[in-house]
Design a protein around this ligand. Structure first.
Ligand SMILES: *Cc1c(COP(=O)(O)O)cnc(C)c1O
Length: 453
């Protein structure tokens, strides 16, 4: 075992060091060689060292360098050093973390991080926190609590009675709702097509003046951080209206919720803390390894009634609560360990600095591209930048050219009818020098294509 782990350490270290210089997206040859990982099942056991040798030889070159400093696709965090190391410990421990009786340490680590998370995000100290796989499951879990609460007011226990014959429940979303939230609605039987959609402004923010009338049978789903523009729905106004009407507000804050941890950016998320439930990713801006997300709920009793496998969930006091009472999974890995390591290694100031640095780097991208004559399509207030290089074909060609160049990786999107390249700055590993090097690459590719259409 020692020999195997030591050689694996050497492989992993070499891999991470290589990230500074290798191309960000793997070469076509490396991807083609992945067939070497398939083939027939071995008839007989193979030495573990040989298994790892094959994994490294064919797997490592075909990875996308998302753990490196110049990956700006989707919204992708890296893994802080302490979180990767803690992840290795968690692998060695192999704890089942759904029940206290199964693993005191896994549960204690999660319990320790809960007050830290509530503190930096400014959510009330009674807020329940569940550790899930990502924002999709966090949205699912928060909305399940909302569904339970809304229907319970009618004396309808949705967990026991199901949705057939249940009272009607309304769902309001912005036109820029993230697809994962619609997926959560569809999984919960609330239907992705029966939502009431609210028009949005040029940044993708819900227009408050166009909101439908809210009532106590309504769930309003808002966003903290649009996946393209980084914009926040006007939470303060929406939460106030919802509070008055008795409606439930759920916040999809996959990455934007972390703005609350930065004194410089928290104003963008004004009013977000007034909601009833929140979803956030840890594998995005908190920079822990995949997969890791968090669900927060102001009403622990509703979250527990929606999630607990026990019949009388409301009888479970917080001291007796097991992690499984708050999330869909029963058995699961000790997911809180990397969050614990991230929060300890960053501290309050380090977390704020990470958020602020990435925002500043996004602003530098926008400034550099604008100075080179290209059009920025969004107000760059957070970590997201959208840029157009001309018409749709040119912009798509620049995006493809940047990906092919390999210095950095940016994805494409369509924003309010226009093609754009997206730059999402979300990694602890990105230095200012990486931003300059990436800017130079993007402008070089763009100038080449725009000059010779
Ligand atoms: C990434 C993202 C999600 C989905 O998160 P996963 O971690 O992929 O499940 C949901 N909403 C927003 C706004 C996101 O950016």
């Amino acid at each position: 075992m020692r020999q195997l782990l030591e050689s694996t350490l050497a492989r992993a270290t070499r891999y991470l060091e290589d990230l500074q210089t290798r191309r960000v997206f793997p070469s076509a040859e490396a991807v083609a060689d992945l067939t070497e990982l398939g083939g027939a099942l071995p008839e007989h056991p193979e030495p573990s060292e040989q298994v790892l040798e094959r994994l490294d030889r064919f797997g490592s070159p075909a990875t996308t360098a998302t753990a490196g400093p110049r990956y700006f696709g989707f919204v992708t965090g890296g893994a802080l050093p302490a979180t990767l190391a803690a992840n290795w410990m968690a692998g060695a421990w192999d704890q089942m973390s759904g029940l206290k009786v199964a693993s005191p340490v896994a549960v204690a680590l999660e319990q320790a991080t809960i007050p830290w998370l509530l503190d930096v995000l400014g959510l009330g100290s009674r807020t329940a926190v569940g550790f899930v796989t990502g924002a999709t499951m966090a949205n699912f879990t928060g909305i399940a609590a909302a569904r339970h609460a809304v229907l319970a007011r009618h004396g309808w226990h949705v967990g026991k009675q199901g949705l057939f014959g249940a009272p009607e429940m309304r769902v309001v979303v912005g036109d820029e709702v993230h697809v994962s939230l619609l997926k959560a609605l569809s999984l919960l039987g609330l239907g992705r097509d029966r939502v009431e959609r609210v028009p949005v402004d040029a940044q993708g923010r819900m227009r408050v003046e166009s909101m439908p009338r809210l009532d106590a049978d309504t769930l309003v789903c808002i966003q903290a951080g649009n996946v393209n523009s980084g914009a926040f729905d006007p939470a303060q106004e929406i939460c106030a209206a919802a509070r008055e009407a008795g409606a439930w507000v759920h916040v999809d804050g996959a990455f934007g919720l972390w703005a609350l941890a930065s004194p410089q950016r928290a104003h963008l998320a004004r009013g977000v803390a007034d909601a009833d439930s929140w979803a956030a990713d840890a594998h995005k801006w908190l920079n822990v390894p995949y997969d890791s997300g968090l669900v927060f709920c102001r009403h622990p009793e509703h979250l527990m009634s929606a999630m607990s496998a026990q019949d009388a969930a409301y009888l479970i006091t917080s001291a007796d609560r097991d992690p499984t009472d708050l999330v869909p999974e029963m058995s699961r890995r000790a997911r809180g360990i990397e969050i614990w390591a991230a929060m300890r290694s960053l501290g309050r100031s380090g977390l704020a600095e990470l958020i602020e640095r990435n925002c500043r780097q996004a602003a530098r991208f926008a400034e550099g591209l604008e100075a080179a004559g290209y059009e920025i399509l969004n107000e760059v207030e957070l970590n997201q930048v959208m840029v157009s290089f001309g018409d749709g074909d040119i912009t798509d060609a620049v995006t493809a050219g940047v990906q092919e160049d390999g210095t950095c990786w940016c994805g494409g999107t369509v924003w309010q009818g226009r093609s754009a390249m997206r730059i999402s700055v979300s990694s602890w590993a990105t230095t200012d020098a990486d931003v300059e090097r990436s800017l130079e690459c993007i402008i070089r590719v763009a100038d080449g294509l725009v000059g010779y259409p």
